[in-house]
Design a protein around this ligand. Structure first.
Ligand code: 8X3
Length: 250
């Protein structure tokens, strides 16, 4: 039977692109998201290619996460690949002007949510002594930038969790990959700027940003590496991007 990948945040952006890429590789897919209607749409789209099931939960809610993942039917329980993709930026401002509600959203989804989903999946991987976890961090986890302290901190935490997971799980035959994308044009900036599409578009003006498919390609590369290879950490920048906030615009 083909392998199973569970992807959080699977209905848009990098998560959706990764789901498509894994369908092309004939993985069976567990697509996770908050909205059933959007999950159904993606499931319909990819269901012509591979077996797909969906789980509706908010990664920030442990009970929802655990209930959904623990009630997977037996033939869907043996998850080979976990893609911890769900997460977002909310707001961009100097620390003294930050909104605690935005901080909660970022810490709760990007850090706590990633932990909750991992807690629901990892024990099965340990039992089976196999698996691969891919955590979506960011170049922002490596380079803190002005007005982004909390987002950057949440992604630095993801990076630390990737390292910690690798230390704890390597002995159980489980690989851990940390993916750190730079500027990827998705709904990311629209969410960060709370629906201000004009401001979001400016982030990607004057150069060719990365696409969600570019990042999906790197995830496929990490996951399909030979058994004796772990891709521990990949930073992927747009070609015009020298560092998180250093971008050569025309
Ligand atoms: C998103 C990349 O550089 O906008 O994680 O923070 S960046």
């Amino acid at each position: 039977m083909s392998r199973i990948a569970l992807i959080t945040g699977a209905t848009s952006g990098i998560g959706h692109a990764t789901a498509k890429a894994f369908a092309d590789l004939d993985y069976r897919l567990i697509l996770c998201g908050r909205r059933q209607d959007r999950l159904d749409e993606v499931a319909d789209q990819l269901g012509t290619q591979t077996a797909v099931t969906t789980l509706t939960f908010d990664v920030r809610n442990w009970t929802e996460v655990n209930d959904a993942i623990s009630t997977l039917p037996d033939d869907w329980k043996a998850i080979d690949i976990l893609i911890n993709n769900a997460g977002n930026a909310h707001g961009m401002s100097p620390i003294q002007e930050g909104d605690p509600a935005d901080w909660d959203q970022m810490i709760d989804a990007n850090v706590q949510g990633l932990l909750y989903v991992s807690k629901a999946v990892i024990p099965g991987m340990v039992e089976r002594q196999r698996g691969h976890i891919v955590n979506l961090s960011s170049v922002a986890g490596k380079q803190t930038y002005a007005n982004g302290a909390v987002y950057c901190a949440s992604k630095a935490a993801v990076e630390a969790l990737s390292t910690g997971m690798r230390l704890d799980l390597t002995q159980h035959g489980i690989k851990v990959t940390n993916i750190a994308p730079g500027a990827v044009e998705t709904e990311f900036s629209v969410v960060r700027f709370k629906g201000d599409r004009e401001r979001a578009a400016k982030v990607y003006e004057g150069y060719a940003p990365l696409t969600a498919d570019d990042i999906a390609d790197t995830i496929v590369y990490a996951v399909t590496a030979p058994a004796n290879v772990t891709i521990a950490d990949m930073t992927i920048l747009a070609a015009a991007q020298a560092a998180a906030t250093t971008i050569h615009r025309k």
